[in-house]
Design a protein around this ligand. Structure first.
Ligand code: F6P
Length: 543
């Protein structure tokens, strides 16, 4: 890369704004412009995004857009959608957006008709899920499937489990899904101990089909199944299907590749829910509603691909995140969905954002000279209000927060929903405007206590609302965050699509495994801390 964005005049302009920004308060920004709330609210597909309660002036927004232009954000967006190999460290295209293209779209990448490939797999997934949902697919003993156990980890787990939980209101009552990810055998035990193998289908999901956790769990699950069904190996074909890019490894494991649903190396694990990785979700909600989920993604993809930066919602939110993280020094970002259905959304976004942007080297290999990827975290409201919101309201940290809410509940307990949503609206108001000492004293507070009751306010939030949490809206929300993440990575000039940082721990775990179990004394050739911990473990396990 010839030029570093962080050396540009545009970057310096933002640094200048940041130095004087502590004097700006949301009370004044709203006071001086009565229409700020309406003006800084945008829509994308079914989402309404109010970003007016962010610590941005028009000058800052203009400077951020200029920074996006400097980083060639528009060109990078075009390159991603066109299938250029923007994942340079793995020499791959980054084409999760192709997974949600309509059948009529055209996209040929590296000589391959990507749209035809995607829809061929979607067609097979649809036919399979229809069979499982209708009961036509029978287990080894002739019974229909009642439980899907998805075995996978990281992107092969977090997306499916998040979406399954989010779309509970749309799922079949005939079938339930469970998700096993951890190599802690407790996970597999808890998810299978009360199941009947005769009515259980395992969906083993692994892009590489080499992941230790997934293969170990899948082997254990196969033993459990065979033990429960009398040991006939033929049962495996009726109770195991695979989702992977690696047909050879799937065959080596013993799963018939006729029962495999493929995807491609241009789909990153954390972007893979709309690929065959979403098979368990498709079985739960049906292929038609899965298509609606994909349609939701696609609507936001199109907006991101075509809208100018000034009105491009994911780009604006990504640039605002850069403002907080890199220029104002924020360390974290809270995700606060006011929907119990979205209780795994923050966990899902942790992988999406942190595995993507947890990087400290630019695309050209040079170390970055500024702060990148923030820590994403959160819990559904109102639970978080009674736990960690105190620190956001009155602590010393800058924590931008996204509040996500819906007008219509997916059930009929409507009055309680009104109360719930009044909390949603109250929190962003309290965070922005707080309560001054004068106001506290006017309420008659004791002089000594009054300073403790002051709320400085000026805590930034973005409010994202939609009428109802539907499959389409879920797709829109996910795509929104994917593109926010892309925008940040582009400005930082890092590769948001590799994850070399997780490799070393995996290698070391494989090296340590025999030392925990080998007969006789452990080798003791690691560092002194690890050596004694290995010894502690061996002693505790009587080895
Ligand atoms: O360890 C990180 C990671 O490589 C993720 O990026 C990925 O989603 C996960 O492991 C699982 O990988 P696989 O789908 O290949 O089993």
């Amino acid at each position: 890369m010839s030029e570093h964005v962080s050396d540009s005049a545009e970057w310096q302009v933002l640094q200048g704004h940041a130095e004087k920004f502590s004097a700006v308060h949301l009370r004044e920004l709203f006071g001086s412009e009565p229409g700020r709330g309406e003006r800084l609210t945008a829509t994308v597909a079914d989402l309404t995004v109010d970003y007016s309660k962010n610590l941005v002036t028009d000058e800052v927004l203009t400077a951020l857009i200029a920074l996006g232009e400097k980083a060639k954000l528009r060109e990078r967006i075009a390159a991603m959608f066109a299938g250029e190999h923007i994942n340079v460290t793995e020499d791959r295209a980054v084409l999760h957006t192709a997974l949600r293209l309509p059948r009529t779209a055209k996209l040929v990448v590296d000589g391959q008709d990507v749209v035809a490939d995607v829809h061929e797999v979607l067609g097979r997934m649809g036919a399979f899920s229809d069979k499982v949902r209708s009961g036509e697919w029978k287990g080894h003993t002739g019974q229909r499937i009642r439980t899907i156990v998805n075995i996978g980890i990281g992107g092969s787990d977090l997306g499916p489990v998040m979406a399954y939980e989010a779309l509970q209101a749309y799922k079949s009552r005939e079938i339930q899904c469970r998700f096993v990810s951890n190599i802690d055998p407790t996970d597999l035990h808890l998810k299978t101990h009360d199941l009947d193998p005769a009515t259980t289908l395992f969906v083993v999901v692994s892009k590489t089909f080499t992941t230790q956790e997934t293969l170990t769990n899948a082997k254990e699950a196969r033993s459990w199944l065979l033990q429960g069904l009398g040991g006939d190996q033929a049962a495996v074909a009726k109770h195991f299907v695979a989702v992977s890019t690696n047909a050879q490894k799937v065959a080596d494991f013993g799963i018939d590749t006729d029962n495999m649903f493929g995807f491609w190396d241009w789909v990153g694990g954390r972007y893979s829910l709309p690929s065959a990785v979403g098979l368990s979700v498709m079985i739960a909600i049906g292929k038609e509603q899965f298509a609606e989920l994909l349609g939701g993604y696609h609507a936001v993809d199109e907006h991101f691909r075509t809208a100018p930066l000034e009105s491009n919602v994911p780009a604006l939110l990504g640039l605002i995140n850069v403002w907080y993280d890199t220029f104002l020094g924020a360390q974290s970002h809270a995700i606060l969905p006011y929907s119990q259905y979205l209780h795994r959304f923050a966990a899902y976004l942790q992988q999406l954002t942190m595995e993507s942007n947890g990087k400290s080297v630019r695309l050209d290999g040079s170390p970055v000279s500024f702060q990148t990827g923030e820590v994403f975290w959160g819990e559904p409201g109102t639970n978080g209000q009674h736990a960690f919101y105190q620190l956001i309201h009155q602590g010393t940290k800058l924590i931008p927060a996204d509040f996500i809410g819906f007008a219509q509940p997916n059930h009929d307990i409507g009055e309680m929903h009104d109360l719930f949503m009044s909390n949603f609206l109250a929190q962003t108001r309290a965070l922005a405007f707080g309560r001054t000492l004068d106001e506290v004293e006017a309420e008659g507070a004791d002089k000594k206590v009054a300073p403790h009751r002051v709320m400085q306010g000026n805590h930034p939030t973005t409010t994202i609302v939609a009428e109802k949490l539907t499959p389409a809206v879920l797709g829109q929300l996910i795509a929104l965050y994917e593109h926010i993440t892309f925008t940040q990575g582009t400005v930082w000039q890092i590769n948001s699509f590799d994850q070399w940082g997780v490799e070393l721990g995996k290698v070391m775990a494989n090296q340590l495994a025999p030392k925990l179990t080998a007969p006789g004394a452990a080798a003791g050739d690691d560092d002194s801390s690890t050596n004694s911990l290995v010894q502690w473990y061996r002693t505790a396990r009587g080895r």
